[in-house]
Design a binder for this molecule. Sequence first.
Ligand code: OFO
Length: 171
Amino acid sequence: MIESKMIVAINEQINAEFYSAYLYLSMASYFESKNLMGFANWMRVQAMEELTHARRFYAFLSSRSARIILTAIDAPPIEWTSPLHVFEEALEHEHKITASINSLMNLSMDLRDHAMTSFLQWFVTEQVEEESNVDAVIQSLKLVDNQAAGWFLLDKDLATRAFLPPVGLTI
Ligand code: OFO
C-alpha cells in the first residue's frame, strides 16, 4: 500500500530526473559546440545516469502497483559563458535535487512508509556523490584559472569517464 501523496511526489521526482538528463545533454551539446569533447563525454555519461535514476523510481513505483504518470519536461538552458559557469549551474541543480530527495525522505517518514524510506536511502547516498563529482570538476577548473590551456588538459581527463549500467536494472 502506497499513499497517493507519495505516488504524486515520486512521479514529480521522475520528471525532475528526466529534466536532469535534458539539462546535462544540453550542456554536452554546448561543450561539443566548443570542441571540448571530453567535457561533452562527462555530461553525456551524467545524462545516462539520470535516466537510470528515473528508471529506479519508475521500477519501484511499478513494483508497488502504482501508476507512473509522465508529464511534460521543461526545456533546459542552452548557453553558458564558460565551462566553469556550466559546472557551477550543474552544482546548483544538484543542490536542488538533493533538497527534493530529502523532502521525499521526510514525506516517507511522516507517512511511516518504511519500504519507501529504505528505497530512498540509495538516493540520499547517491546525491552526496553527485554533488562531489561536480564539485571536483569545479575545483579543477578554478585551479587552471578557467583558462583555455587548462581546459584542454582537463578535457582529456573528462574523456575517460564511462557509463556503468547499474546491475539488475533493466530499461
Ligand atoms: Fe539524479 O541526480 Fe543528478 O540530478
